[in-house]
Write a protein that binds this ligand. Structure first.
Ligand code: SF4
Ligand code: SF4
Length: 191
């Protein structure tokens, strides 16, 4: 089910009817009642179900490309992270929830890589600044939002849990290229 954006026209000046207060409360009750009875009719007859809220988790919204879920690391075909451990995302993160330990890979196409890359998801606020700061398109905002654990320690996602193949992130990567006015893939860090 696709999500939709409804633009609400906000009234800047308040008229005498609004100042009386009670008529607007009655108007609001009519609007709420109208939705309630339309949904009730849809529920009973099974028709006009477009007015329903999403019956989560049986039904899911197809989030738009601009949606920011949990940040993940882009994995290349060989399973290695695209990340070159430059630390820019760590520096840009306003909640200090990223921690990186850089390492070197002898003879690999990308010499520098993150030996460890952790994100404390209990502190992440899904702002996307890490994604914006990354020069390699190596960390992107996924569509994953179903993150819940019984303890805080389990909210620390390590590199192995963060890696997602780039094919699965194509929609978001295409979106950020347009959004950040990047018209091509960033240069490869060949050795
Ligand atoms: S989305 Fe924001 S808070 Fe979360 S890791 Fe990225 S920069 Fe930090
Ligand atoms: S900014 Fe990108 S390349 Fe640099 S450490 Fe973060 S994810 Fe890796």
């Amino acid at each position: 089910m696709p999500g939709s954006v409804i633009k609400v026209k906000r009234q800047e000046k308040i008229g005498w009817l609004e100042r009386l207060y009670v008529p607007m409360i009655i108007k609001g009750l009519f609007v709420t009642g109208g939705h309630f009875f339309r949904n009730l009719r849809g529920f009973v007859t099974g028709k006009n179900r477009t007015d329903f809220v999403v019956q989560y988790p049986e039904e899911r919204v197809d989030y738009p490309s601009a949606f920011r879920g949990m940040p993940v690391l882009v994995a290349l075909d060989d399973g290695l992270p695209k990340c070159v451990a430059c630390g820019l995302c760590e520096f840009a993160c306003p909640t200090d929830c990223i921690s990186i330990v850089p390492g070197e890979l002898e003879g690999a196409r990308i010499e520098r890589y993150p030996e460890a890359f952790d994100i404390d998801m209990s502190r992440c606020m899904y702002c996307g600044l890490c994604e914006e700061a990354c020069p390699e398109e190596a960390i992107v905002m996924s569509r994953e939002v179903e993150i819940s654990t019984y303890d805080r320690q389990s909210m620390i996602f390590e590199k192995e849990n963060l890696l997602v193949h780039e094919n699965l992130l194509k929609r978001r990567i295409d979106f950020i290229r347009g959004d950040y006015e990047r018209d091509r893939e960033p240069p490869k860090s060949d050795v």
